[in-house]
Each structure stands twice: as structure tokens, then as C-alpha cells.
Design a protein around this ligand. Structure first.
Ligand code: CU
Length: 110
């Protein structure tokens, strides 16, 4: 898996990983990992949701990202639907025993 993006939120790094070298438009599967910024270990953050939209003139295009737990605590499986290549605004939110959090960032879809 290739690390595509890493966004820091407090004591967590939120890491996007893909079996490819980029997210792809259409349907694409990737992984989201939550890691301690200090020790690098995976952290179970509870339930995770993600959204994606692309601001476009006069409208916004909405993508879809379904996030499920994997067998490994702290690693989540994401199935995305991005109808266009380009820059997408993505948000990832989590809610668990360790607290709630979210990150927003721009991601490139090829
Ligand atoms: Cu678009």
C-alpha cells in the first residue's frame, strides 16, 4: 500500500493508503489509518465516516465514501465513488471512546 496523504489532528495522524499510486475516479477502494503522532502505533478511533465533494461553478458535486472497520484496530476500509478526476474536498470524522475528531483536506483523484 502506498501512503497518499497524511493529515494531523491533535495526537493523531490520519493516513490515506492505496494499492495504487493515487485515488482513481469511478469506484475505488482505499484504506484509512489512524496513528499516534508520537509513537506511530495504530489507534482505534471507533466509528468513522467520510464525505467528499467537489466545488464546481454553480454547484457542488458529491462523492460517496463508505468506511468500515477492518480486522486491524485503527485501520479502516474505504470504498469511494468519485465521478470526476480532479481535486476533491474530503472530510473524515470519528467518534469513539477516545473522543471525537475530524479532519478536512483536499485530495487529488486521478
Ligand atoms: Cu466535478
Amino acid at each position: 500500500m502506498t501512503e497518499l496523504q497524511r493529515v494531523k489532528s491533535g495526537t493523531l495522524d490520519v493516513v490515506l493508503l492505496s494499492p495504487h499510486d493515487a485515488l482513481r475516479h469511478g469506484k475505488d477502494a482505499f484504506a484509512i489509518e489512524f496513528k499516534s503522532t508520537s509513537r506511530g502505533n495504530l489507534v482505534d478511533v471507533g466509528n468513522v465516516r467520510a464525505t467528499a465533494n467537489m466545488p464546481m461553478p454553480g454547484m457542488a458535486m458529491f462523492g460517496n465514501i463508505d468506511v468500515q472497520r477492518s480486522d486491524v484496530p485503527g485501520r479502516y476500509v474505504a470504498n469511494g465513488q468519485f465521478d470526476m478526476a480532479g481535486t476533491w474536498r474530503m472530510t473524515i470524522e470519528w467518534d469513539g471512546p477516545g473522543g471525537k475528531g475530524s479532519v478536512a483536506f483536499s485530495g487529488t483523484v486521478h
